[in-house]
Design a protein around this ligand. Structure first.
Ligand code: ACM
Ligand code: ZN
Length: 707
């Protein structure tokens, strides 16, 4: 018996030795700088490893150029962080942190790189040697970021052995942002703090708080208490339920009231938490559109004076400016941020055409239309904000009707708007929807939680490069950076929000921090898998990148069929916004992916009536057209599809009528072929599809497949 045991033990030991040498040969057992997100500017692995003791110690050596309170705050941060290092005196410290504005050692290390001066505060060097760790920085922000690298390499100090290495690092862009939409669903102070912890870990340094929108006003304003007694609450929790019941508000005391807002003390608490993590919180107060909740609270600020009539405030009414300036004053008294976001997107402007006050304003100011009226409002607000020593950011619609002179543009509808603004000398923040809107699905819709639709996987986000063709070095000076936006209509739960942020926020972090030449998606994905494990270990809910399904299979390879390359005649034109490949779209063999925005789906706001010419009469067994439904975006299956065939292009015979039985109230994204199967002959195939009767519905079709 003993003998058997011994043999078994020897076997285990041998197995362990084999395993150990395998690890050594792969040289991945001890993590080094290659695990860090975002990729550092320069990193080399050195020979040897450092074994940190449990409860490793640190000291901060700062000169008089550094605010003592900031040093204190950084020390407290490190002690409270998952690293749990303990502060000690110079000589004994395992981690020595030197902070000085003129830090010579860091200056020397940065010499080979050209770093824009305003990025130096975030720069750092980090050296891990056999005897200890040395961090050099010019400001606490740089030291903070070196510490984040340590957290990633040590897995929050659960791994004590580190690869010796030397890192020299500085950001590419000054602005690396994450937007949190707290209007559609209110999020707690704790939730925001948790996201700031993660932001710091990946060197994201701006949190844009979307504080006001139709779904609820989220900040206490002393001069206008109705905003938070009434405008911050609604009877239904879920977006679709709220919309189905008419998008109404309710008194705070209503038993079912759902919502919330931040008190001024909450904001002060958040600001302090943010500052230690090198995060600037930028508040957004939406105007003139997306303002239903404020008009419901103060109906006199809408053109008709009635609640539930308008989304836009009335720029003809002087009281509107009193309101906006009072609100902004309270906001600026609270937030120290350089920028105040004033919204500016998607104003309908409908009531302005007929409102007597708006008409009088346009006449008195010599304004040539409602776009100029919006521009008038933004200009006035900009002047007010500038007079308090701050700058405005607005969504790219603020360019319409004349851009306010000092405004920074947040480019969301595409990147063209931002590039145009940069070329006209304005600063811009790039958040193009196709890459930076992370409310879109990140995987196949059938396995994702209900969302607004779309398909923006991690690889798509990561592929965004602000310096695209046509952008010059001069333009780049106006590009402050990038931001990921999580609009939250359908993101009810906090855990769902985290699922949407991680890992896609990490991709934006790397776009914002690292150099374009360092980008490599496969390598990033490996690091992201590892980072997600760490985030999960810290209790975050993340997307399961390891089991990503990926793009719609049918779209991956071109489909061979009888109509491929055939001419298509359109009785009704496609919508100019969604041409896909124009008149070759429906017979190019290319099926669409998970989103109608991928330029393979052709979009129509009318009935579809197209005829395919096969060139000669031939036997046909199958004619099918797959449509997409995405109710969050008003995309529906057709009511009915009719297929008819002809030999001469004159006389047609109807061979299939397919009625849509699919419930349009089902909010999920779906794909469905409407098809004929049988035995027939045809040269011409006519396909008619009736657009859904709900007003404003889209039809999206990718291919007419014939066998
Ligand atoms: C936006 O997505 N309306 C800025
Ligand atoms: Zn008006």
């Amino acid at each position: 018996m003993n003998l058997v045991k011994n043999i078994y033990r020897t076997f285990l030991l041998l197995l362990a030795v084999v395993q150990f040498s395998a690890d050594l040969s792969a040289n991945v057992a001890v993590p080094g700088p290659e695990v860090i997100i975002p990729v550092p500017m320069d990193a080399v692995r050195l020979d040897g490893t450092l074994v940190l003791p449990e409860n490793a110690s640190f000291c901060i050596n700062a000169d008089s150029s550094v605010d003592a309170d900031d040093v204190q705050a950084l020390a407290a941060y490190i002690e409270d962080s998952p690293l749990g290092f303990l502060q000690t005196g110079q000589r004994k410290a395992d981690v020595k942190i030197n902070i000085a504005k003129g830090n010579k050692s860091l200056k020397r290390a940065l010499k080979p790189f050209s770093i824009i001066p305003d990025r130096l505060d975030e720069a750092y060097s980090l050296e891990v040697s056999g005897t200890g760790i040395t961090i050099d920085a010019m400001a606490p922000a740089g030291a903070l970021y070196a510490i984040q690298g340590l957290m990633q390499m040590t897995r929050d100090a659960t791994l004590m052995e580190l690869q010796c290495c030397r890192i020299v690092d500085a950001p590419r862009f000054a602005y690396r942002g994450l937007m949190v939409d707290v209007s559609r669903h209110f999020r707690s102070v704790d939730f925001l703090k948790r996201q700031m912890d993660a932001m710091a870990l990946y060197k994201l340094n701006r949190m844009h708080l979307h504080l006001t929108d139709a779904a609820g006003w989220r900040i206490e304003i002393e001069a206008y208490p109705r905003l938070t007694e009434f405008g911050a609450w609604r009877p239904q929790r879920k977006w679709m339920d709220w919309a189905a019941e008419g998008s109404m508000y309710c008194e705070r005391e209503t038993p079912s009231a759902y919502g919330g807002y931040y008190t001024k003390d909450d904001i002060r608490d958040l600001l302090e938490y943010a500052m230690v993590r090198n995060i600037e919180i930028i508040p957004e107060i939406e105007m003139p559109g997306h303002s239903e909740e404020l008009i419901a609270s103060y109906p006199q600020l809408g053109c008709s004076g009635e609640p539930y009539m308008h989304g836009d405030v009335c720029p003809g009414n002087e009281e509107t400016f009193t309101f906006l300036e009072t609100v902004l004053s309270e906001v600026m008294d609270l937030f120290p941020s350089e920028y105040i976001h004033i919204g500016g997107d998607e104003a309908g402007k409908g009531a302005w055409h007929t409102c007597p006050k708006c008409q009088r304003r346009m006449e008195e100011e010599g304004l040539g239309g409602v776009d100029e009226l919006q521009s008038y409002l933004i200009h006035r607000i900009e002047e007010f904000v500038n007079s308090k020593g701050r700058k405005i950011i607005g969504w790219d619609e603020i360019m319409e009707g004349g851009l306010a002179p000092n405004a920074t543009v947040m480019s969301w509808r595409g990147s063209e708007q931002g590039i145009a603004a940069a070329k006209s000398g304005h600063d811009v923040i790039m958040t193009p929807g196709a890459y930076c809107y992370i409310d879109y699905n990140q995987d196949a819709p059938f396995k994702e939680p209900l969302s607004i639709g779309g398909y923006t996987p991690l690889s798509k986000v990561y592929s965004y490069e602000p310096m695209e063709s046509g952008v010059t070095d001069e333009d780049m000076k106006h590009m402050l950076g990038v931001q990921a936006n999580l609009w939250s209509e359908y993101v009810t739960e906090d855990s769902h929000a985290e699922y949407m942020y991680y890992p896609r926020a990490l991709a934006v972090a790397e776009i914002g921090w690292s150099r374009p030449g360092q980008k490599d998606y496969d390598a990033f994905r490996e690091r992201a898998l590892d980072a997600l494990d760490q985030l999960q270990a810290r209790g975050y809910n993340t997307f399961d990148l390891r089991n990503e399904y990926g793009e719609r299979q049918a779209s991956l390879n071109a489909e061979e069929h009888l109509a491929r390359g055939a001419k298509v005649i359109y009785a009704n034109a496609w919508h100019p916004k969604y041409p896909a490949a124009g008149e070759s779209t429906l017979t190019d063999g290319l099926l669409g992916g998970w989103t109608y925005g991928d330029r393979r789906w052709q979009g129509f706001l009318t009935d579809i009536d197209v005829t395919v010419d096969l060139g000669k009469i031939q036997p046909v067994r199958y004619i099918g057209a797959t449509f997409m439904q995405s109710p969050g975006s008003w995309v529906y299956f057709p009511e009915q599809v009719r297929i008819s065939v002809s030999s001469d292009g004159n006389a047609y015979r109807e061979i299939a009528v397919v009625n849509n039985e699919f419930p349009y109230r089902d909010p999920e994204i779906a794909f469905m072929p409407f098809a004929y199967a049988g035995e027939t002959e045809a040269r011409y195939i006519r396909l008619e599809a009736d657009v859904h009767t709900r007003p404003g519905s889209w039809l999206f079709l990718d291919e007419i497949v014939v066998h």
